[in-house]
Design a protein around this ligand. Structure first.
Ligand SMILES: Cc1ncc(COP(=O)(O)O)c(C=O)c1O
Length: 364
């Protein structure tokens, strides 16, 4: 029989994940609501009421007075649903969606599932959506323009107000993917949310920087009527319709999202942002001093051109690290990532680099 006492992986060497150790209150709430199903609010009204609270709190964070939306399984579901709303709202028969090449791969799934054309446009030399390229790509069939507020590889924030204007100019909707960035951006000067720009929909995930337990993503919409585009009738349930992509959902995500936000919004998240950002800047500086080229950490995420051989050696030491599409080392300074972890990582890097630079003895 399988040993069910097997331990889940610890976070002490995890440097590439966008998830983190949940806040203790979020962990506790997740456990308590594990067996509830917000997909059936007629039967599980307590967790359904908590979901309303979650959306109110997310609205506060994202500059929306009268928010609507729901707790998704993650950023992927929120992004798919945003594309779905835009497709349903589009006039033409051949809708397209315009996205910078920094957009998350979940939009490829969305395009595939929903039969929309995905137009991927280049980013500029600062890894942000190139506005000229976006303007050149939109047309009367554009249903949605996507901006990313905290990109997966470099933590960059696209020029959201300008993307919103471009979307409006062709009668398209604008979606912001703040799945990762949404819980740090409130403490920066970026214009990224509903009150800053003509944003219609947003992905903002409590289970990333929000410190909730998985699964807790967030879909927010400016106008509750947008959710009608997703709704289907639910004949055998006491509720009348359902706008979510999944049917039965874990109440754990909903309850832990509320618990984390109750506990941390705004001061706890502010403190965490400052800690994470300082850690990212410390690491960027340490890597630069060692001669690596480092992408400026505008949010708590560091990318550096550490060679593949060193990267592989660090992974062999147990460090959970990943690479960008262009082969840079990528480290996400999530709440569980401490200065001590980073110092130990840099210590290993120094040791392994010395070893890698010692010439291999040859026979001749
Ligand atoms: C910007 C962004 N959007 C969407 C996603 C997908 O989120 P999930 O893995 O929760 O579905 C990610 C994942 O890291 C992300 O970084």
């Amino acid at each position: 029989m399988r040993d069910m006492q097997i331990e889940p992986q610890a976070f002490d060497r995890v440097l590439s994940s966008m998830c983190t150790d949940p806040h203790p209150a979020a962990r506790d709430a997740a456990e308590r609501f594990l067996a509830t199903n917000p997909g059936d609010p007629g039967t599980y009204p307590a967790v359904a009421a908590l979901e309303d609270d979650a959306i109110e709190l997310l609205g506060d964070i994202a500059g929306l007075d009268d928010p609507a939306g729901y707790i998704t399984s993650g950023g992927t579901e929120a992004n798919i649903q945003a594309v779905r709303i835009a497709r349903e709202r589009a006039d033409g028969r051949t809708p397209n969606v315009v996205m910078p090449d920094s957009g998350h791969f979940s939009f490829r799934k969305a395009a595939d599932l929903l039969g929309v054309e995905l137009r991927i446009v280049p980013t500029d030399d600062r890894h942000r959506a190139d506005l000229g390229a976006v303007r050149a790509s939109v047309d009367e069939d554009t249903a949605l323009v996507i901006g990313v507020a905290g990109t997966t590889e470099y933590g960059r924030v696209d020029p959201i107000p300008e993307l919103g204007e471009i979307a409006r100019s062709v009668g398209a909707m604008c979606h912001v993917d703040a799945a990762w960035g949404g819980f740090v951006l409130p403490f920066t000067d970026y214009d990224w949310h509903f009150d800053h720009a003509a944003v219609d929909t947003m992905a903002i995930d409590p289970h990333k920087m929000g410190q909730a337990a998985v699964p807790a993503g967030g879909l927010l919409v400016r106008d509750a009527a947008l959710l009608d585009e997703l709704a289907v009738d639910t004949p055998y349930l006491e509720s009348t319709s359902q706008a979510t992509l999944t049917g039965t959902r874990s109440g754990a995500g909903v309850a832990s999202a509320v618990a984390a936000m109750d506990e941390l919004w705004p001061e706890g998240y502010r403190r965490q942002y400052v800690r994470s950002q300082n850690n990212a800047e410390w690491l960027a500086d340490a890597l630069e001093k060692r001669g690596y080229e480092v992408a400026d950490p505008t949010l708590p995420l560091v990318a550096a051109d550490v060679p593949r051989s060193t990267f592989d050696a660090l992974r062999a030491e147990g460090w959970r690290i990943s690479r960008t599409a262009t082969d840079e080392l990528r480290i996400v300074c999530m709440p569980h990532v401490t200065r001590e972890m980073l110092a130990s990582f840099v210590g290993d890097l120094d040791r392994l680099e010395v070893r890698a630079s010692v010439p291999v003895a040859s026979d001749d």
